[in-house]
Design a protein around this ligand. Structure first.
Ligand code: SME
Length: 164
């Protein structure tokens, strides 16, 4: 893969570039681990001020750590637990402006201050979540949600096509 780092003025342009490259990554192989590993590298490379970017995947009713970039993280998250488990329990994306004020947050990297978690659906079922952490407070907003929802949609259709 030859995906270069590029800097953009707006989040909208950044996610345009990210999702254009997600499509290229998906087109290259049917291997789920390889695809998710490259997407987490792309997200970590392109999203300004992030210290963790990756995936948790639903396995046997719990979230299990998937490919990511950042510090080693908690392996197993029950639905309802932490920000990721809340996304599962409530079946919707979560944006946490300040994780230090969030009582239901699992700290993996003490540097994290804000977080976004976006569910990925494949064939109508929850496949997993995209999780991004930032060391800055209030880093994530509706533009991140829009951009990452498109990333999640692309991953979901890839999973539908290849199976898991
Ligand atoms: N903070 C997450 C746990 C995973 S780490 O951010 C990588 C949570 O509360 O679910």
């Amino acid at each position: 893969m030859d995906i270069e780092y590029r800097e953009f003025e707006t989040k909208c342009e950044t996610y345009g570039y990210i999702n254009e490259n997600v499509e290229k990554i998906i087109a290259e192989t049917d291997d789920v681990c390889a695809v998710l590993a490259n997407i987490s590298a792309l997200l970590k490379m392109e999203l300004r001020d992030t210290n963790w970017a990756g995936f948790y995947l639903m396995k046997g009713g719990v979230l299990i750590l998937g490919p990511f970039q950042g510090k080693p993280a908690v392996v197993r998250i029950e639905p309802g637990s932490g920000v990721c488990g809340t996304a599962v329990a409530e079946n919707r994306a979560q944006i946490v402006e300040d994780v230090h004020k969030c009582t239901n947050h699992i700290a993996c990297d003490a540097a994290s201050s804000s977080e976004i978690v976006v569910p990925i659906y494949a064939a109508g079922e929850l496949f997993g979540v995209i999780d991004i952490d930032s060391p800055s407070t209030g880093m994530f907003d509706g533009e991140d949600l829009t951009g990452l929802t498109e990333t999640a949609r692309l991953v979901g259709s890839f999973i539908e096509r290849t199976g898991r």
